[in-house]
Structures are given as C-alpha cells and as structure tokens.
Design a protein around this ligand. Sequence first.
Ligand SMILES: [Zn+2]
Length: 169
Amino acid sequence: MQFKYCSECGEKLILKEAGDDGFVPFCNSCNKYYFDVFPSCVIVLVANEFDEIVLLRQFYLSDKYHTFVAGYMCAGENAETAAKREVKEEIGLDIESLDFAGTYWFEQKGLLMLGFIARVKKSDFVLSKEVDSAKWAKVDEVPALIFPKSSENAAYYIYEKFVESNLSK
Ligand SMILES: [Zn+2]
C-alpha cells in the first residue's frame, strides 16, 4: 500500500526524493517519509518422516483446492517463529526442523510470502477453527490437489523445492 496522507497529522503527502529509493511520499509538516507497507505471510509445507505432506481444506479460501499452512506474521516476531506458531495453531503439530524455501510476491493481495519447508513427526492433527479438514497426502498426489502452477502460486514453488531436495537426499 502506498500512503497518500500522513497518519499523524492528516496532511496530503508530496513525493520527495529519498536517496537511492527515488521519490517517496513525504509529509512536509512532520518531516517524515512514508515508504510502502505490505503484510507479510508465512507459508509452510509440512512433511512427515514418510515424506507425506499436510494438505488443508479451508473453504473460505477455496472449495476446490487444498492449501498449505499459512498465516500473517505478527509485528515483533521473525518468520521462523511465525512458521512454528502457524503450524501449531492450524494443525497442532510441533516442528522438528525448518528450512527456508524462498520469498514470493502475491500481487493479487499485495502480500510478501515467506516460504518454509517444515518436518514433523506423523501424528494426529488438532485443527484450528480456520481449518475445515487436513490430511496427509503422498508427494505425487499434491500437484493435482493444490492451486495449479502459476507465477503467483507460492505453494507450487515450495512444493517443487521439496521434491528437488528429496531427490538430492
Ligand atoms: Zn504529518
């Protein structure tokens, strides 16, 4: 989101050059730049020791496709903490290891998505109210069940990273 008004005094912002960042909205009264802000989300592929992957049904997102664990980061936490927290909140499992799996810009919602691959021990889920159901899927089943591959679909890229890292084991 690009700011148009100062959030402190309400004045309309002007564009002012800010070094290498080029022209940035600026409040003359408060002498303050307003750089773009956007929410950050984590998206986590959760796999167990049998290389099965957690797929969630969340009807508020899609009645057709499954998704991975995902959620907004909170101010003050780092992405790893957010990933562990979301996995615990959404499916009730504790992460044994966590690997970074790239960042992805989701244009449709103006979100930065931070991808992870998490390993857990296979066990029963304790689902959050946000999750309608969850299941363990075999690696080969996943592409047909998640949103199709597109430049916007972080889940698909993280899935491909998981397959690659498994092949090189
Ligand atoms: Zn101001």
